[in-house]
Design a binder for this molecule. Sequence first.
Ligand SMILES: Cc1ncc(COP(=O)(O)O)c(C=O)c1O
Length: 404
Amino acid sequence: MTRRRDIAALRNDFPLITGSGKLVYLDSAATTQKPITVLDAIRDYYVRDNANVHRAAHALADRATTAFENARRAAQAFVNAQHAHEIIWTRGTTESINLVAQSYGASALRAGDEILISVLEHHSNIVPWQLVAAKTGATLRAIDIDDRGDLDLDDFHRKLSPDTKIVAIGHVSNALGTINPVAEIVRAAHAVGAVVVVDGAQAAAHLPIDVRDLDCDFYALSGHKMFGPTGIGVLYGKEALLDAMPPWQAGGEMIETVTLEKSTFNRLPYKFEAGTPNIADAIGLGAAIEYLNRIDRDALRAHEANVLAMARARLGQMEGVRIIGDARASTAIVSFAVDGAHPHDVGTLLDQQSVAVRAGHHCAMPLMQRLGVPGTVRASFCLYNSAADVERLVAGIDKVRQLL
Ligand SMILES: Cc1ncc(COP(=O)(O)O)c(C=O)c1O
């Protein structure tokens, strides 16, 4: 397959981007826009194939089941999992992490055990661990960062010990864009017998993901942050771990036999997929993966790196603008503060100029506390953004500075 290298042309695939006049969308870290092929896949499913999966003995159900399981295989290939049954459909990263915390964590952790996260984490990779720590008597510890916004690896090695049973770490920070050295973290964690859960929410749209190369035990991602629909995501888990874990939610589909006294459970992945799954959006996510597969990932990475470098250079030259974070490796996210202005006011005034950014704590309050700021303004770029969008952002901030 020849992959698409003309990244600038990709924006034409996104009806909301091309159809919304002068809007500059710089909030893809919150959710990406959707290409037409994803929208078509969801519509086609409802128009042609809609039926419940795995159960009914009719042709529609067969087609729905085939499309649904093909999407699972697409997700398997996307993260390079060994088996399709290592891919569990969830509502997204948040649910994936809660599944691991409640099923693996609650059954494996004992009082005195430690869970190691970092101060860079999104709340969905903090709070589930707080809940399971409270339930089991385990302790939650956090790796610090350095002044650039990179993980402090010395602190990681200091805090890692035989008491560490789970290391839960983001692949990419949603607030600063920092790319964490996941493979190195996994090697060290495994050496003390800990399992590693990777929050891949911010990686999937930007980086190749190879769970076997990373050797992580669990990997979580969200469809809506990688050009797919909301309400669908993936938990990858190593077969042996998933097999040994107790079910999480209970109901139809996850059982093998049920009597009024007791039940036995279905094989993987269905053991963790209670109830009717989100069939249409799994198929939509399959289409998003297919969309990404047709793009040359090196060309995409180079394009995003250019846009980011330009944004950092242009913002860096602006008087009264302070860039927050300077990670050694990052995806296309830039966080900044404007002197004398609250991030929310900057966000609102940019919105009045049709520049959509995120402002606030980005669901990373511990990170904001660590950085000593109430929040930041965050511009996040992806494949449909360009140098022209950076210029609109800069012009918008200029105007904000005049107004405030
Ligand atoms: C790093 C990170 N982790 C987890 C999440 C949660 O993802 P979701 O809300 O799709 O479950 C987000 C969403 O912003 C995120 O950026």
